[in-house]
Ligand binder design. Structure first.
Ligand SMILES: [Zn+2]
Length: 234
């Protein structure tokens, strides 16, 4: 389920799990430990591991050196199979706005030399796009699968692609638009299955598997997915 590095230690008395930005998940086992026991142990600890991997990834992104601000020429949204060309026009305002001026054509207008103003305008557009496109898709999937949710929210979380609350509200990350359609489908199905199983138990994963057999591969690809998010949208 997880990729990990195995290390045997003479001093270790128990199995220890570590997650570091450099080497990801590391499993330290006492000398003579039977590796056949590892899969069950990792399965049991999967919530912890998942959370630790997400945290580390978010941490890594925060510490990357700041690049000089430059407007994107083009915005690719693989989830929707769209590519947008960005045209910029400087204006006197203290803010910026983004408008769709034709098929695949975006105009950013206003204070475009200002990183904060430009990014704010771009992410507002991204969130609108996510709401318009992802919410109906989630609705369709929920009908197909027979799992009903109450609300859908679009946010720009830093460490998760989606979430599901006890109130049956599903939150989707606007940055999903930068991922491949099958990954977006997996996230939606993952969250819809949480409406039935509010945990990551065996029962939960069987339900996911039934509705999205490739979940193993996609779950792993999702973790690398943060790398597909352009800096302006981070
Ligand atoms: Zn989950």
């Amino acid at each position: 389920m997880f990729e990990y590095r195995l290390r045997e230690s003479k001093r270790a008395r128990h199995v220890r799990l570590r997650v570091t930005p450099q080497s990801g998940l590391e499993v330290v086992v006492p000398k003579g430990y039977n590796p056949a026991r590892l899969p069950a142990m990792l399965e049991q600890k999967q919530s912890w591991i998942r959370a630790a991997l997400e945290r580390t990834e978010a941490e890594r992104m925060r510490h990357e050196p700041e690049a000089v601000w430059k407007l994107p020429d083009e915005i690719k949204l693989p989830a929707l199979g769209q590519v947008w060309r960005v045209t910029a026009k400087e204006g006197g305002a203290s803010w910026a706005t983004v408008r769709e001026i034709g098929p695949g054509q975006l105009l950013i207008h206003g204070r475009i030399t200002d990183e904060h103003a430009s990014r704010a305008a771009l992410v507002r557009w991204l969130a609108r796009q996510a709401y318009a496109q992802l919410a109906p898709r989630l609705g369709e999937l929920s009908k197909q699968l027979g799992f009903a949710f109450r609300h859908v929210y679009i946010k720009r979380q830093r460490t998760r692609w989606g979430s599901c609350s006890h109130h049956k509200a599903i939150t989707l990350n606007a940055k999903l638009l930068f991922l491949a359609p099958e990954l977006v489908r997996y996230v939606m199905i993952h969250e819809l299955c949480h409406l039935v199983e509010m945990n990551h138990s065996q029962r939960f994963w069987s339900l996911v598997q039934k509705n999205h057999p490739d979940f193993h591969i996609h779950d792993r690809e999702l973790r690398k997915g943060w790398g597909s998010v352009p800096r302006w949208a981070c």
